[in-house]
Design a protein around this ligand. Structure first.
Ligand code: IVH
Length: 719
C-alpha cells in the first residue's frame, strides 16, 4: 500500500524509482541526500504549514525507503539522516505540548476500608446520607501509559503523553500508527480531547521480546515498558512496527457536553470508534465496588493485558464537576490497587545514601530477583528504626524481627515505586550475623548525623559542605518539575560538581562566563562537542525566565513539594512578595505565620521549614545569588473575571445547610477566592451560618462584610 503511494508520487519533479537492490553506491548517495532534503522539509512543513504537503502514508514510505537504503549502505548514512529525526521534532526529543486541561493522576485505595472511606468522603462532600443513591463505575486500571488525543472538527490533530501532567510530549506521528486510534471521528464536539491508555497485549509483548532476542537487542522488562518505549520512538516507523493498543476512559477539553454520565460518555466514545473496556460496571455501593474488584482480580491472569487495579468513578458527571479536584487528583475517582507481588531473596549488603536534605537512607543490595516482571536488585530500608523492627511511631513491626546483612528477605513492588522489604526469615539467619549498626556520622563528609526529636530519619549536619547533599540538591534543581534544563541531567551534574565547575545552583548560570570562552572549555571535555555545548548553554539561558512555582520547588526546601510550591506561589504571586513574607515571618506566631498557615495545604511543619530556610545564612546567600540571575515570572492568578469573589479572601464559619463546608470551600477556590481558616484584617468576606461564634464577633469588630449562606449562593450562583 505504501509502495503504491510512493511509486505514484512525484516530488520535486521526479523521484528515483530504482529498486533499492539495484542502486549503485553513487545513486544511493544521491538518493539519501535527496531524501534528507525532502523529509527535512516535510518535517518542518508539518509543524509550520496548515496543510502539510505529504500525507502520512507518503511520508512513511519515503522514510522507510531512506531506512532501507541505509541498511544496504550503512557507510553512506548521513549525519543529518532523517532516520534520526523525530517526526517533526528536534532529534534530541519530542516537542513539548501544554495540556489544555491538566492530566491528573489518581489517589490510591489499598484495602476495602479505603474504598468505604472513599464513598464516605464523597457523601460528606456532597451532603448525601448513606441512604441516598449514588452510582459509581468500576473498570480495570490498565498498566500502560496515558495519552491525550486532540480532535478538532473530527480530525486527530495532536497526541500528547502525560509528561508532568501540565506539559507532555508531542507524539502525534507515532499515535497515528496505532490501529485503535481513529484518525477521524464523525459527529463529535468540534474540540474533543479523548484520553486513555496506550498498552501492549501480553501476547504481543512476548512476541516483541522474541524479536528483540533474535536481533540481539535488549528485551523489555514488562508490557508497560515496551509500550512506553515503543510510543516514544523518534522514528514513527518503529512505533508502527510495534503492536500498540489504546483504551479510552476519560477526556480533557470538550467544546460541548456530550453525555450526562461516565457510562454515557463511554458509550459515546465507543460509538465514535474507540475501544472501551467491557469490564466496566455500574456499582451502587462500596460493597458492589469491592465485589467487582474481586471479579476483575480473578480474571486478571487471563485478560491478555496487564492491569494493576480497578478504578472507581462517580458516574454522574454533574456530581463529578461538583466534587472537582485536589491539587493532583480528582475527588470523584480512586484506583483500588491489587496487592503487590512478593519474592524472597538474599540481602547482601546495606548501603547508606545521603539525600538532598541530608537524610541518611539505608538501601538494601539484593541478589537480583524478579518481582512482577521486573528484576529487583535494590530496595529501600527506609530508616534505622525500620531495620531494627520499629515503625516511625515506635510501634513494633515484623513482630520485632530486625534485618541483618546476609538475611533472606521478602521484597515487593507496589505500582511503579521503589521496591521495599516486607519481611525477613530469621530461621535461615547465620548464627554469626550481627545486628546492623547504623552510622552516626555522614558516610560522605564525616559530619555528625543526628536525629531530631520526633524525626525518624538521621540527617547529616554538613549542609552544603557535604558533597552528597550539594549534588543531590543540584540534581533536584535541574529536575523535571524544577528547572528542567535540557542536557544537564544527574550525570552531568555529578561530573561538573566533582570537577569544581558548579557547587550551587547560581553557578549553573555563570558557567558560560566564568571560563571566558565557556564553549571551548566544555567542548574539549569528553562526551561534549561544539553542538552539545552550544545547546546546553542555550538551554541554560532559556531557563533564566522561570515561573515562581518552579523556582520555589527547585530550591529543594524540605517538605515543599511541587504541588505545595504551586499553592504557595499562587498565594504570594511574586518572588518579591514571597521573599518579603518569609524573611519577616516568625515561626509559630505573627501575621506572616498566620498568612502562611491560611494557605490550603500548608501546615506548621512546612511553614517552619520555609521560614527556617529563608533565615539560614548559607541558604539565604545561595538563594540570593541564584535569584540575581533570574527573571522570575509571577504566578498566574486564576482568571475568572466574571467571578465576584476572584482574589478575595473569604472565611466560612458556622453550619451550612445547602452544601458541605468542604464543597463550599472547593467552589469558592474554583471561583478564584482564597479560603482562610481565620479572620484577619485581610479577610474580605465572612460567610456565617447558624452557630457562628467568635469569628463573627471578630469580623464585626474589624468591619468585615458578613453574609449568610443564602446570600453567598446568590452571590456566586449566577455563574
Ligand atoms: S481515569 C482524572 N481510568 O492510571 C484521572 N485512569 O494512576 C483520569 N489509568 O494517569 C484517569 N487505567 O494513566 C483512569 N481506567 C482508567 C485507567 C486509568 C489506567 C491510569 C492513568 C492515570 C493513572 C493514575
Amino acid at each position: 500500500m505504501y509502495a503504491h503511494h510512493y511509486w505514484g508520487l512525484t516530488v520535486n519533479g521526479s523521484l528515483n524509482t530504482i529498486s533499492i537492490d539495484d542502486l549503485t553506491v553513487a545513486q544511493a548517495n544521491q538518493e539519501l541526500a535527496r531524501l534528507a532534503d525532502i523529509l527535512g522539509e516535510a518535517n518542518l512543513d508539518y509543524h509550520t504549514a496548515d496543510a502539510p504537503k505529504y500525507d502520512d502514508a507518503t511520508y512513511d514510505a519515503l522514510k522507510r525507503r531512506n531506512v532501507a537504503i541505509e541498511l544496504r549502505f550503512p557507510d553512506l548514512k548521513r549525519d543529518d539522516s532523517p532516520t534520526d529525526l523525530v517526526g517533526a521534532a528536534p532529534s534530541d526529543g519530542f516537542q513539548k505540548v501544554t495540556h489544555s486541561r491538566r492530566m491528573l493522576s489518581l489517589g490510591n485505595a489499598f484495602s476495602e476500608g479505603d474504598v468505604f472511606e472513599f464513598d464516605a468522603r464523597i457523601r460528606k462532600f456532597l451532603g448525601l446520607s448513606d441512604n441516598d443513591g449514588l452510582d459509581y463505575t468500576a473498570e480495570p486500571k490498565i498498566d500502560g501509559l496515558s495519552l491525550s488525543l486532540r480532535y478538532e472538527d473530527g480530525e486527530l490533530v495532536q497526541a500528547a503523553t502525560r509528561g508532568d501532567g501540565e506539559v507532555g510530549e508531542n507524539v502525534t506521528l507515532n499515535a497515528r500508527t496505532i490501529g485503535d486510534i481513529p484518525h477521524r471521528i464523525e459527529n463529535a464536539p468540534s474540540i474533543f480531547e479523548v484520553r486513555g491508555e496506550v498498552y501492549m497485549s501480553t501476547q504481543d509483548f512476548a512476541a516483541l521480546n522474541n524479536r528483540q532476542f533474535d536481533a540481539d537487542a535488549k528485551p523489555f522488562a514488562n508490557p508497560r515498558n515496551a509500550a512506553a518505549g515503543s510510543l516514544r520512538q523518534l522514528d514513527s516507523a518503529i512505533t508502527k512496527s510495534r503492536p500498540l493498543r489504546f483504551f479510552a476512559y476519560a477526556w480533557g477539553e470538550v467544546s460541548s457536553s456530550f453525555a450526562p454520565t461516565q457510562t454515557g460518555a463511554m458509550a459515546q466514545l465507543k460509538k465514535l470508534g474507540f475501544q472501551v473496556n467491557v469490564l466496566t460496571k455500574i456499582c451502587k455501593t462500596p460493597l458492589d465496588l469491592v465485589e467487582h474488584y474481586k471479579t476483575i482480580e480473578e480474571r486478571r491472569a487471563t485478560l491478555g493485558y496487564d492491569i494493576d487495579g480497578v478504578v472507581y468513578k462517580v458516574d454522574n458527571l454533574e456530581l463529578q464537576k461538583r466534587l472537582g479536584f485536589r491539587s493532583t487528583t480528582p475527588r470523584w475517582a480512586i484506583a483500588h490497587k491489587f496487592p503487590a507481588e512478593l519474592a524472597w531473596t538474599r540481602l547482601n549488603d546495606i548501603e547508606i545514601q545521603v539525600g538532598r536534605t541530608g537524610a541518611l537512607s539505608p538501601v538494601a543490595r539484593l541478589t537480583p530477583v524478579t518481582v512482577g516482571g521486573v528484576v529487583v536488585s535494590n530496595a529501600t530500608l527506609h530508616n534505622e528504626g525500620y531495620i531494627a523492627g520499629r515503625a516511625g511511631d515506635g510501634e513494633i513491626i515484623r513482630e520485632g524481627r530486625d534485618i541483618r546483612v546476609g538475611d533472606l528477605v521478602q521484597v515487593y513492588r507496589a505500582g511503579d515505586v521503589i521496591p521495599k522489604i516486607k519481611d525477613v526469615d530469621i530461621s535461615k539467619r547465620d548464627a554469626n550475623a550481627a545486628p546492623f549498626s547504623f552510622p552516626e556520622a555522614c558516610p560522605e563528609c564525616g559530619s555528625s548525623a543526628v536525629r531530631d526529636d520526633g524525626d525518624v530519619v538521621r540527617r547529616c549536619t554538613g549542609g552544603l559542605i557535604c558533597p552528597a547533599q550539594a549534588t543531590e540538591r543540584l540534581k533536584h534543581f535541574v529536575g523535571r518539575a524544577a528547572f528542567d534544563i535540557d542536557g544537564l541531567g544527574a550525570k552531568q551534574v555529578e561530573q561538573f560538581y566533582s570537577d569544581g565547575w558548579i557547587s550551587t545552583p547560581a553557578d549553573i548560570f555563570t558557567l558560560k562566563y566564568r571560563f571566558g570562552t565557556g564553549l571551548q572549555q566544555l567542548e574539549n571535555r569528553e562526551g561534549w562537542g561544539k553542538k552539545s555545548a552550544e545547546k546546553l548553554f542555550s538551554a541554560i539561558e532559556d531557563k533564566r525566565l522561570i515561573s515562581l512555582r518552579r523556582l520555589l520547588f527547585a530550591l529543594g526546601i524540605r517538605h515543599v513539594g511541587d504541588a505545595s510550591a504551586g499553592l504557595i506561589a499562587g498565594h504570594y504571586s511574586s518572588w518579591a512578595a514571597l521573599e518579603l513574607a518569609l524573611t519577616s515571618a516568625c515561626i509559630g506566631q505573627g501575621p506572616q505565620w498566620d498568612a502562611l498557615l491560611s494557605i490550603d495545604g500548608v501546615g506548621a511543619v512546612m511553614a517552619t521549614s520555609l521560614i527556617t530556610a529563608f533565615h539560614n545564612e548559607a541558604e539565604r546567600e545561595s538563594i540570593d545569588r541564584l535569584v540575581a540571575h533570574l527573571n522570575v515570572q509571577d504566578a498566574v492568578q486564576i482568571e475568572n473575571t466574571d467571578s465576584p469573589v476572584a482574589g478575595k479572601v473569604v472565611v466560612f464559619t458556622g453550619t451550612m445547610d445547602r452544601m458541605s463546608r468542604a464543597e463550599a470551600k472547593a467552589r469558592a477556590e474554583a471561583l478564584g477566592a482564597k479560603v482562610s481558616g481565620s479572620i484577619s484584617a485581610k479577610t474580605d468576606l465572612l460567610i456565617a451560618g447558624p452557630g457562628a461564634g467568635s469569628k463573627a464577633t471578630k469580623a464585626i469588630s474589624l468591619g468585615i462584610e458578613t453574609i449568610d449562606e443564602d446570600a453567598w449562593l446568590v452571590l456566586i450562583d449566577g455563574l
